[in-house]
Design a protein around this ligand. Sequence first.
Ligand SMILES: Cc1cc2nc3c(=O)[nH]c(=O)nc-3n(C[C@H](O)[C@H](O)[C@H](O)COP(=O)(O)OP(=O)(O)OC[C@H]3O[C@@H](n4cnc5c(N)ncnc54)[C@H](O)[C@@H]3O)c2cc1C
Ligand code: SF4
Length: 520
Amino acid sequence: MTHRREPPATVHSLIIVLGDQLDMNSSAFDGFDVTHDLVWMAEVAEESTHVWSSKQRIALFLSAMRHFAAALRASGKRVHYTPLDAIDNHGSLGSELEAAIERYAPQELIVTTPGDWRVLEMLNAVAERTGRALDIREDRHFYSTVRDFKAHAAQRKSIRLEYFYREMRKRHDVLMQGGEPLGGQWNYDVENRSSFGADGPGAVPNRVKFAPDETTLEVINLVNARFSEHPGSLESFAWPVTRAQALDSLRIFIDERLALFGTYQDAIWSGEPWLYHSHLAAALNLKLLNPREVVKAAESALAQGRATLASVEGFIRQILGWREYVRGIYWTQMPKYIERNALSAHEDLPSWYWTGETSMACLRDTIRQTLQTGYAHHIQRLMITGLYALLLGVRPRAVHEWYLSVYVDAVEWVELPNTLGMSQYGDDGLMASKPYVATGKYIDRMSNHCAGCRYDPALREGDRACPFTTLYWDFLMRHATRLAKNPRMALQVKNLARLSDAQRAAIEQRATAIRRGEIG
Ligand SMILES: Cc1cc2nc3c(=O)[nH]c(=O)nc-3n(C[C@H](O)[C@H](O)[C@H](O)COP(=O)(O)OP(=O)(O)OC[C@H]3O[C@@H](n4cnc5c(N)ncnc54)[C@H](O)[C@@H]3O)c2cc1C
Ligand code: SF4
């Protein structure tokens, strides 16, 4: 690595930089003293094994960290960096940090708020054990602070994305005109829910690919050797690992995909993982990109007439709305949130979630794509893999661990509320006002999967019944009392009255066979 400088003999502040804090403008660097301060970064096995992290996810984090350390050194900062394969690597963030504190005897530790509750706890424990002051700084990457979110939540009976998002639009003057939403509406969901016609999506722009450089190739070899049993493969690894590459990804998304982002936001097509999505979540979550520059780029495209308001609003809602909202939920609800299981779900996650070996075409395609690339878009995550686990009754914690393992953009503050809350209804409606449940007919409407599947999405009983459809009715029957109290579910629950006793028995029997792994 270039411009290596020896660590100072005495260190005043040890600046802790975690794998998802790769931002030169991070608050941890405020007041950095090049003579007396030292940046600390470490690759440790525990971060790849506390959940069974996929090869794509591990490689992305390690490569981006190595590139960031090189950029820090090039900017004149001293960096203590422990590679994964260092002989004296202690294997966990806590023990590695303690060893560095012993070696450099810093007066204080500085860190920007981490993305995981678990890591925050560890940092506090290390500071206490070593008798060092720990300065935990605000993460100004985000538009809102956790305090802002708390203040917003305190004014309402229930917290809902829509009102939080409107407040964010006003406060940050995004897509506003004279105090009103630009175009007169806050929301263009009705225009943003198209599926592709029978002919499919046609020519979709190619995925932006970054060929692995020497550093990334080293990481790929290391991950293949050290984590050979972990899920997925690295053959297609092409994620942005530097800020320059992340900026290129943003520019190309705005030029090639944003115009149709809104229209096809919910659409799914077999063998087409990338469609019109941005694929920017990993770069955002590693902090290689700032959400403000992403939102500004989308606003400029609108001003230049390169994308419609519906598309731009649909995109900005995800960043300024959902992304900030789930962070607020995470930090106001942890640590108890991760244990929540409102529906008392107790099944294990089917083992084929780790291989894609199932006869259900939609799940097979989504899981294989996930393992090959570390990516699936929102509706695949919510209405295919998430929906199936919810209907089956899998423990939310097991579902959470799968999502945290397999996606390159998975960091707990964003993954957990999306999985446990939005997708599994484990938080009893804190995130979503009703469980996102549907039969296979929803998947049929939004994709072409069912045409190539051995099951029929319209059938709930019999040999060809789609497991989603059977399990949907089984879910309503199992949770009828609770769901009947929710006005947004009342109509769905009412339909149960149309089932005869024989039909109910047939559904239950088939659902049991699915849970035993005899079908699917
Ligand atoms: C069960 C489940 C698990 C998820 N796990 C993660 C995760 O680990 N990390 C993650 O970043 N997102 C997660 N999401 C949200 C969303 O699915 C991903 O952000 C998105 O699919 C990433 O692809 P993209 O960058 O192409 O997003 P796009 O569709 O292009 O959306 C643009 C950006 O908006 C943001 N965004 C969109 N939806 C959400 C959302 N619901 N919550 C927060 N930010 C959002 C992301 O930063 C994303 O890059 C999850 C959703 C579900 C249903
Ligand atoms: S029939 Fe059911 S299992 Fe098969 S692809 Fe459609 S929704 Fe998926």
